[in-house]
Ligand binder design. Structure first.
Ligand code: ADE
Length: 262
């Protein structure tokens, strides 16, 4: 249990309020797996809100034409500002706006968001949100990648998944520490039973029971995979003297292939 800055106590680690024009999109993805487990265990409290509930017209209109002309519609500032102010005040939450123009979501940012007591996720739609709403609310703008989706709902689900799995008690102790990116490297290969599948054998070292050898093998394979697939990550990864020795061996073994996909 964490104490909010206002002194109010909360029974959950993280409250997440999602503001969207399509609340029904969230029922499937949040109904199973790790998110459901975290919700049922009281680790996080997820609430989805319909932006139209803050519309102030009889027809619950929340969008309008673009000033200056152009295709598509823009989300009006009044309902967004009213909704975000109400939700942020309730949860002392950090306001996040999902947009392709935001800072890229990565493992470090997911880890930082997992330390917050509350998040309010604003999902954009159409041509985006009236700029004045953003000027007033000053949200943290986050993108999940350099491509454009039809709205912020799928990015919000991605963010929730990336953040909630990092909350204490959601994964087995220590599991997240071994993730790709958590160590600054890609994770190496994993195997399970059977020992031989279609003639392919599990590497002998993994069956040896020698924990030091297994750890060294895993580190070597992580370095090798990172060198082959994402060599640029090695520039910022924290590497020990032993890592550097292994990396020289990896590099001698194979030149960088660069990205294997077009
Ligand atoms: N909305 C539309 N595309 C997006 C993206 N790539 N990231 C975050 N929000 C978005």
């Amino acid at each position: 249990m964490r104490r909010r800055t206002g002194g109010e106590r909360e029974d959950v680690d993280l409250r997440i309020d999602i503001l969207t024009l399509f609340p029904e999109m969230f029922s499937g993805p949040f109904a199973g797996g790790m998110i459901r487990k975290a919700t049922e265990a009281g680790i996080c409290d997820l609430r989805v809100h319909d932006l139209r509930d803050w519309a102030h017209t009889a027809h619950r209109v929340v969008d309008d034409e673009v000033f200056g002309g152009g295709p598509g519609m823009v989300l009006k500032p009044e309902p967004i500002v009213a909704a975000c102010e109400a939700l942020v005040a309730k949860g002392t939450g950090r306001l996040v706006y999902l947009t392709p123009q935001g800072v890229p979501l990565d493992q470090t940012l997911a880890g930082r968001l997992a330390l917050e007591c509350g998040l309010v996720l604003l999902c954009g739609r159409y041509e985006g949100v009236d700029e004045r709403a953003l000027q007033i609310l000053r949200p943290l703008e986050i993108s999940i990648g350099d491509y454009v989706l039809t709205g912020g709902e799928l990015p919000a689900m991605v963010l929730v998944d990336a953040v909630v799995r990092l909350l204490p008690g959601v994964l087995a102790a220590g599991a997240a520490a071994e993730d790709s990116f958590a160590t600054g490297l890609l994770e190496g290969p994993q195997y399970t039973r059977p020992r031989v599948f279609r003639g392919l054998e599990v590497p002998e070292v993994l069956l040896s029971g020698d924990h030091a050898r297994i750890a060294a093998w895993r580190r070597y394979e992580a370095l090798r995979r990172t060198w082959r697939r994402r060599p640029e990550l090695l520039r910022s990864a924290p590497l020990s003297a032993e890592d550097r020795r292994m990396l020289r061996a990896v590099m001698a073994e194979e030149p960088p292939a660069g990205r294997t996909q077009p």
